[in-house]
Design a protein around this ligand. Structure first.
Ligand code: CMP
Length: 139
């Protein structure tokens, strides 16, 4: 079933000029880019996006990092897009990521891990709606 997921090229990867390589990987893996935008998140916007993690010890550091510079947000579409994009990214911690994954290749640390992907259909719906209006996603 065709599905959509929210992907982010995080500030660490944008700062190191890796956006092109990551977008190339997105296309090579067969995702359609349905929407894409460069964003500079405020601290409050980063906190809103990651609100589900607000009790975690890494929340303050994570949100400061996400507000530290430009990022690129995308809506990716493919059959089984959520699972497929998470599999392309690899484990959250690049030290645990499989060879050939985006995080193995590009991530600096568990926090500065190059990309984000929604983890389930309900979070994908929230995350896509956080950045894109429905009228931007009409087929
Ligand atoms: P992401 O897939 O965007 O989801 C939550 C983010 O929190 C994660 O990628 C990492 O950037 C960050 N994160 C998760 N676990 C840790 C951790 N143990 N320490 C620091 N940052 C983390």
């Amino acid at each position: 079933m065709t599905e959509r997921t929210l992907a982010i090229i995080k500030p660490d990867a944008v700062a190191r000029h890796l956006a092109g390589a990551i977008i190339q990987r997105v296309e090579a893996d067969g995702f359609a880019i349905r929407a894409m935008r460069r964003v500079e998140l405020s601290q409050a916007q980063a906190e809103g996006f990651y609100a589900v993690h607000r009790e975690r010890p890494f929340f303050a550091s994570l949100t400061r990092f996400m507000a530290s510079g430009p990022a690129i947000v995308m809506v990716l579409e493919a059959p089984d897009a959520i699972r497929k994009w998470r599999s392309a990214m690899g484990a959250t911690d690049p030290a645990r990521a499989d060879a050939g994954t985006i995080r193995k290749q590009f991530a600096e640390s568990i926090e500065r891990n190059a990309t984000h992907g929604s983890d389930a259909p309900d979070t994908a719906a929230f995350e896509i709606g956080y950045f894109f209006a429905g009228c931007e996603l009409v087929p």
